[in-house]
Design a protein around this ligand. Structure first.
Ligand code: FE
Ligand code: FE
Ligand code: MG
Length: 162
């Protein structure tokens, strides 16, 4: 932990770490949801969808890395056990039990919409209090907004086929 780095945060740092850990759990679950979805997906436009899901999986893993870096900088302990992801997550996990492309896209769009709310909230609470976390949340939010739009565009293309 950087002591001065923690001191300059103008808010309850333990509360902030708790919120960062919740987002960290979300990112791991989102990573796996995309990754396993890309393995099992079936239906029209499968190749394009696999490409997008795989790219998003990589982005979610990168978000987890950004969050863990900030948690450790602030003197926190990241969630250490996968079983705890389920206990602290905001957005949960939707298993791709129905591998049809439309269902998987819907599940992931729902996940992105939840993620957008999570980072929007983090931006609101860190604004003018913690510019480093604010900047990180902004970078992640930009990706989540892009993810939602990418998936919705795929869904539109899919519907145009029908
Ligand atoms: Fe993410
Ligand atoms: Fe995302
Ligand atoms: Mg994309």
């Amino acid at each position: 932990m950087g002591t001065k780095g923690r001191e300059i945060v103008g808010m309850d740092v333990d509360k902030l770490i708790e919120l960062l850990n919740k987002a960290f759990a979300d990112e791991w679950l989102a990573y796996y949801q995309y990754w396993i979805g890309a393995q099992v997906v079936k239906g029209p436009m499968k190749e394009a969808v696999i490409g997008e899901l795989t790219q998003h999986a990589n982005d979610e893993l990168r978000h987890a890395e950004m969050l863990v870096t900030r948690i450790i900088q602030l003197g926190g302990t990241p969630v250490l056990k996968p079983e705890d992801w389920y206990k602290v997550t905001n957005c949960g996990y939707d298993a791709p039990e129905d591998p049809f492309v439309r269902t998987i896209l819907d599940q992931n769009i729902h996940g992105e919409q939840c993620a957008i709310d999570v980072y929007q909230h983090l931006l609101e609470i860190t604004k003018e209090k913690d510019p480093i976390t604010y900047n990180m949340a902004l970078q992640i939010l930009e990706d989540e907004v892009e993810h939602e739009e990418d998936l919705q565009a795929l869904l539109e293309d899919l519907e145009a086929l029908a």
